[in-house]
Design a binder for this molecule. Structure first.
Ligand SMILES: Nc1ncnc2c1ncn2[C@@H]1O[C@H](COP(=O)(O)OP(=O)(O)OP(=O)(O)O)[C@@H](O)[C@H]1O
Ligand SMILES: [Mg+2]
Length: 507
């Protein structure tokens, strides 16, 4: 190492320049001047690669000790050198410093003419080296002829590496700053709230959308515990426990999942949010980013939809009841009265002829059939027995009329009317489907109350292949069940039978 040698002042001067400048481009003119002045050489130039397909060096910076040399400076600025050509070209191809005692006698010095005109003679040049290779070369010329000085060249080679490292670090910092600016731009233009926290749960980042949604200014809350700010008090402990568990065990079941939770604004009001938490893959302690979205509007729309479904199903049921009542009290009663009148008529005709008797009997038979059909129709529209005696008895009737053996298990007691109606229609539609499509030898119906829900299951041992997309029956059932916050599932594999399962919350 030459730092203890006679050129230590140059090294210090360059180190000082580098420590005071933000980037290499600003430092080069000062470095050329510092080296030239310290050594007593009159001209300095920085050579850099020209961006483009061919490798060419161009003079990017010059320094002259006095005006006399401006002709050579101009000439240098207008010169482009291929690797191996001229002094900088030779340094570029060899990667090593190079010395010319007198450029006037050098075969490979394209600017020799201008050098002669300005009286320049000795020259040396050294590479600026980075970890990725050469990034340029620095050339010095003197108005004397000078013999090579190995110690000087070795010192310059070391300086070249230091300057290169500095330039590289500067580029990396600029890139990092640009990256940060881009990141900040993305954060602030994002529609979602983006909140980043450190491993202690403290806010690192709070983007513009988060400021708008939660009502905090990022500057006021960076460094504070996130939970205290945007999580409602009732959920904070649970949140902290989950976070601590993750840090201790790595149990990450919440990461990268979309979940719905409750958030809290600065004014204490709570609102539904959709949240996805991602762990940022950086070395060091974990950092987490939460993407949050206010879903108040979506929730309201969902609630409106559910309420309108409930209204629709309720209105349907009321209409069915009204029809059934009208049939029962109107047409059915009239037909019953008519049957009575016919019997009276028959009794009152003293000696009816055979033909008249046959006619009367046929009329009474037809009337009986019409009444049966009407009753059946009324039961299909809305079974009176369901309203009067409940699900168990109503389903016993359904099972008794089924065209195949059906095993029924149903709990005693009554349930709220909308739930009884939904369960009844699920069983009826599923059983009609079994009869129509399943070619089953038997079916099972089970109703059970478990965990605050009514679970209704209808299964058969038939051909399977039920598909709600093919008709309206199963889809209508799903709507009816979902209107009560329940769920309908259809499991049906080819040749594996079909199972329709409805779960309806009881309260
Ligand atoms: N138990 C079953 N076994 C075999 N196939 C079934 C069964 N249940 C339903 N399917 C099939 O699924 C389809 C859809 O049934 P869904 O009840 O939704 O409509 P649908 O019965 O065709 O018409 P709709 O009920 O509107 O009168 C049926 O067309 C039938 O092909
Ligand atoms: Mg059907």
């Amino acid at each position: 190492m030459q730092s203890a040698g006679k050129f230590i002042t140059i090294e210090h001067a360059v180190a000082l320049i580098l420590s005071k400048t933000a980037n290499a481009d600003d430092a080069y003119p000062k470095i050329l001047e510092a080296i030239g002045t310290s050594l007593g050489w009159q001209f300095g130039a920085l050579w850099k690669e020209v961006p483009g397909p061919a490798v060419l060096l161009r003079c990017a910076e010059v320094w002259c000790s006095d005006e006399r040399l401006s002709g050579f400076a101009r000439e240098s600025r207008g010169t482009e050198l291929a690797p191996g050509v001229g002094l900088p070209g030779r340094v570029w191809s060899s990667g090593r410093p190079h010395w010319i005692t007198d450029v006037r006698a050098d075969e490979n010095f394209p600017r020799a003419h201008a050098a002669i005109a300005t009286g320049l003679q000795a020259a040396f040049c050294f590479p600026i080296r980075t970890a990725r290779g050469l990034s340029g070369a620095i050339e010095l010329l003197s108005d004397h002829s000078r013999d090579p000085d190995d110690e000087l060249l070795a010192t310059m080679e070391t300086l070249g590496s230091q300057i290169g490292e500095f330039a590289e670090r500067g580029r990396a910092e600029v890139a990092a700053r640009e990256g940060e600016a881009r990141h900040a731009g993305i954060l602030d233009s994002a529609l979602d709230c983006i909140v980043t926290i450190d491993d202690r749960g403290r806010v690192l980042e709070f983007n513009a959308a988060a400021e708008g949604t939660f009502g905090y200014r990022a500057d006021d809350i960076v460094g504070l515990e996130m939970v205290e700010l945007i999580v409602p008090p009732s959920l904070r402990d649970e949140h902290r426990r989950g976070f601590a568990r993750y840090l201790e065990t790595g149990d990450a079941h919440l990461l990268d999942q979309r979940i719905e939770i409750v958030g809290m604004r600065a004014d204490g009001t709570e609102f539904p949010v959709e949240l996805t938490i991602t762990r940022i893959a950086l070395p060091g302690p974990p950092v987490f980013t939460g993407f949050l979205r206010d879903i108040t509007d979506r929730k309201r729309t969902e609630e409106d939809l559910r309420a309108s479904r409930v209204r629709l199903v309720g209105a349907q049921d009321a209409e069915r009841s009204r029809l059934e009542r009208n049939l029962h009290d109107g047409a059915q009663q009239r037909l019953v009265s008519l049957a009575l009148a016919l019997r009276l008529l028959r009794d009152q005709i003293p000696e009816p002829g055979r033909e008249a008797l046959e006619l009367l009997d046929r009329a009474r038979e037809e009337l009986g059939l019409a009444l049966d059909e009407l009753r059946e129709l009324a039961r299909g529209i809305h079974p009176a027995i369901l309203t009067e005696r409940g699900l168990g008895p109503a389903l016993e009737g359904v099972v008794a009329r089924a065209p195949l053996p059906v095993e029924l298990t149903a709990p005693d007691g009554r349930l709220p009317a909308p739930i009884e109606a939904a369960a009844y229609y699920v069983v009826c539609e599923a059983l009609v489907n079994v009869a129509k499509y399943a070619s089953a030898s038997q079916a099972k119906i089970s109703l059970a109350r478990t965990d605050g829900r009514l679970v209704v299951e209808i299964s058969d041992d038939g051909v399977g292949g039920a598909d709600a997309a093919k008709g309206t029956g199963l889809r209508g059932l799903a709507d009816r069940v979902e209107a009560l916050d329940g769920r309908l599932e259809v499991e049906s594999k080819p040749a594996g039978g079909t199972r329709v399962r409805a779960e309806i919350p009881l309260g």
